[in-house]
Design a protein around this ligand. Sequence first.
Ligand SMILES: Nc1ncnc2c1ncn2[C@@H]1O[C@H](COP(=O)(O)OP(=O)(O)OP(=O)(O)O)[C@@H](O)[C@H]1O
Ligand SMILES: [Mg+2]
Length: 358
Amino acid sequence: MITTTGLTKVYRSRGRDVTALDGVDLHVREGEIFGVVGRSGAGKSSLIRCVNLLERPTSGTVVVDGRDLTALAGRGPRAGAELRRARSRIGMVFQHFNLLSSRTVQGNVELPLEILGVPGRERARKARELLGLVGLADHARAWPAQLSGGQKQRVGIARALAGDPKVLLSDEATSALDPETTRSVLDLLRDLNRQLGLTILLITHEMDVVKSICDSAALMRDGKVVESGTVSGLLATPGSELARELFPLGGPPTAADRTVVDVTFHGDSTARPLISRLSRTYDIDVSILGAAMDTIGGRQVGRMRIELPGRFEDNVVPIGFLRERGLTVEIAGTAEAAGTTETAEPVEAAEKTVEDAR
Ligand SMILES: Nc1ncnc2c1ncn2[C@@H]1O[C@H](COP(=O)(O)OP(=O)(O)OP(=O)(O)O)[C@@H](O)[C@H]1O
Ligand SMILES: [Mg+2]
């Protein structure tokens, strides 16, 4: 539904070039909710503004619903007629709502319809329908100043839906809201996604937002997408930074002389029976410190953090046992490693021993 290829944006400010996007390839499938996360300055807003051509990319292409927007003339307020038409099918929701205080709630929702040249009666009908959809049927005559933050954002969402978009872009839509209101706005987005088949690309700095409604996610850093995939796929990717942040697995070893390992499993290997078999085979007590799992196509994927008694060297054989059965095992920490600065070397040396033992 949305594909960017080699998307690059260089801003020129006070004689200096700032590369906000550096060759971004992103693919958002039809009907999914796709979350983009990253630190401040990573290029998230630039990405979303380039997707609807509010900013013209320096290079690269943006295809939305089969249409190459970058091939159409103009940008921002100076967009040509064709680009304006294509853009009316892309809704946009903003962090600070951007409502006009001089218009009623209904007047705000009617605004994009006025710009599209929809006649008065039809405009009013459509606006009321949209306000019903976002749960604000009773507030059509209210003024923005009389609404709570959550209600204002609902108006913002209704307005974004005025052109019957297939795609909704959201830049930190819930960042100005308290947790409870955030929850209800996210539920609304999820409902709209399901009811209308709306594809949603959302930018957020909150992992919880991704966790609660996104089907897929990407992590941006320094203008680049460094990781992306479905949330379940990321969960099953060994070493995934996004998975680690989305599903933190608990802490360091609970006592000296213990080894903590992260086990990633995907489909063929179901972790739980293997963990109990490990425990029986080697007669060791295995503690599960944390786990995050999902089921895709009837198969479990996920990660589990377990603690084994003994130091790393004592666990070479049990770890080899898990690896031989198709699980990816990464060393999360050993008690003595946690207390010293030279963690890498002993672990690497021990990893080598594991390889040799196989
Ligand atoms: N209009 C502009 N002119 C010059 N530089 C800009 C402009 N807009 C953004 N930048 C720069 O581009 C980089 C990416 O900015 P962007 O706003 O896309 O980041 P972001 O990920 O949305 O950050 P935040 O989480 O703080 O909103 C930053 O270094 C920023 O200073
Ligand atoms: Mg931003």
